[in-house]
Design a protein around this ligand. Structure first.
Ligand code: SF4
Length: 456
């Protein structure tokens, strides 16, 4: 278990800057055009893994949430999902044969809103996947659920299709906040679906929350988190809303004047941290909490937690195959991304049976830095000897620049640097992204052109 974060106002005012979330290294910003199906084939050949995590992106939503920064299409036309599944079938037919020596350990449906699909469409999708890939008997099958759009009996249907993990998008229980962001949903609805999921045997039930939305205050969010704790989900993500109206048109519908100030946002997160840890949740890192008997917390405590494009995970050793518009794969030494928009995605599948458009081949240096960043962001400490043996390097020489960058952070008590270890302190674990940034060789160029979210 990592140390409980210590809240230090002067460190927060100094270090609450913006930075990547490191769901991969290099981050998706480093992907370059010019990649295609032959690169996927090469990636598989170069990979030592024969286990697979599958991610399927369902881009449709019935209604626009005004804080949304996701890749989604708002529509009421259910038939659009039939067309999408037709193209997804083409993509599966082109890619699945390349993975015939793999076993799928994990399936995750994300969006958009995966439960936009009707029961029939969901059955069709799962049949396509079951027919095309070999799943392990105890594969984790997870799905993101919008409690507002769940059709009657859908939870039971998902269970019959083999799903055993669920993540609910909740964000806030306060009526004024829900109205402002155009996402009204009743606590009773969430409770009813959660109860049904538990009765059916779903495990590691997650709830996604957001702070920084209009009309949130420390007091209103305290009540929201109280209600959340009473529901007792196994995992909770409390995301910091990044208001980037230049990039995300939906966010232009939100008035900055209605949003909590920077100081109030910090107060909200501080209070949330106290409420969650007092209630017995383990702080996993960044914005994630889990009950101590949840497999995510156990994996962290036993030293085998991972991080990939879906966030913290217990299945980081698997290659990751993303299917659907905009989805990202990480196979062996390569990261590959599909066309981001629907029309080009369909067109690419029609023209060349492949929608891969961008990618990066990790260099030896990328691999070493990725391993260091993953170790720090998952476990908050690092044994230099392990990296010296694994990569045949002298750690202090190889990372001389990074260690120099860490010195001021060490002087401020965020990290402890010794001859053999780097340890993130209780004061530093809220700033893990900044500590990881010291090892990022791409950052100086990206920071000039990109607005990242703040670390708290
Ligand atoms: S926040 Fe989720 S449900 Fe809302 S519009 Fe965006 S993708 Fe759809």
């Amino acid at each position: 278990m990592i140390n409980l974060p210590i809240w230090n106002d002067s460190l927060i005012s100094k270090y609450n800057i913006s930075g990547p979330r490191y769901t991969s290294y290099p981050t998706a910003l480093s992907l370059e055009p010019g990649y295609s199906q032959s690169d996927l084939q090469a990636a598989i050949t170069g990979s030592n893994s024969r286990t697979l995590s599958l991610y399927i992106h369902i881009p449709f939503c019935h209604q626009l949430c005004y804080y949304c920064g996701c890749n989604k299409i708002i529509t009421r036309h259910q038939s659009k999902a039939d067309v999408y599944l037709d193209y997804l079938a083409q993509e599966i037919a082109a890619k699945a044969p390349l993975f015939k020596h793999y076993t799928v350990e994990q399936l995750h449906l994300g969006g958009g809103t995966p439960t936009f699909l009707t029961a029939e469409q969901m059955t069709r999708l799962i049949s396509m996947l079951n027919n095309a890939f070999t799943f392990s008997n105890n594969a984790q099958r997870g799905i993101e659920i919008d409690p507002r759009s769940l059709a009657p009996n859908m939870m039971e249907h998902l269970h019959e299709l083999g799903f055993n993990r669920v993540s609910f998008g909740v964000q806030d229980f306060n009526d004024a906040v829900q109205t402002a962001v155009n996402r009204p949903q009743q606590l009773d609805e969430v409770l009813a679906i959660l109860t049904e999921a538990r009765t059916l045997g779903f495990k590691s039930i997650n709830m996604d929350m957001i702070y920084g939305l209009p009309f949130q205050s420390a007091e209103s969010y305290r009540q929201t988190i109280e209600q959340l704790i009473a529901l007792s989900p196994d995992r909770v993500s409390v995301f910091n809303y990044a208001h980037l109206p230049d990039r995300f048109a939906a966010q232009r519908k939100l008035k900055e004047a209605d949003m909590p100030s920077a100081g109030e946002k910090l107060e909200i997160f501080k209070q949330t941290l106290e409420q969650m840890t007092t209630a017995g949740y383990q702080f996993i890192g960044m914005d994630h909490f889990a009950k101590t008997d949840d497999e995510l917390a156990i994996a962290q405590n036993e030293g085998h937690l991972h991080r990939n494009f879906q966030g913290y995970t217990t299945h980081g050793d698997c290659d990751l195959l993303g299917l659907g518009v905009s989805s990202i794969s990480q196979i062996g030494h390569m990261i590959l991304q599909n066309e981001k928009d629907l029309k080009p995605y369909y067109q690419a599948l029609e023209d060349k049976q492949c929608a891969i458009t961008k990618g990066i081949t990790l260099s030896a240096d990328d691999e070493i830095r990725a391993a260091v960043i993953k170790q720090l962001i998952c476990h908050f400490e690092l044994d230099k000897n392990v990296f010296e043996q694994r990569f045949d390097i002298n750690f202090d020489e190889y990372f001389a620049q990074a260690l120099t960058a860490l010195e001021p952070l060490a002087a401020d008590g965020l990290v402890e640097l010794s001859n053999h270890t780097i340890k993130v302190t209780s004061s530093g674990n809220l700033f893990i992204r900044i500590i990881c940034m010291c090892f990022d060789a791409y950052l100086q160029n990206q920071i000039k052109t990109t607005r990242f979210s703040r670390v708290i």
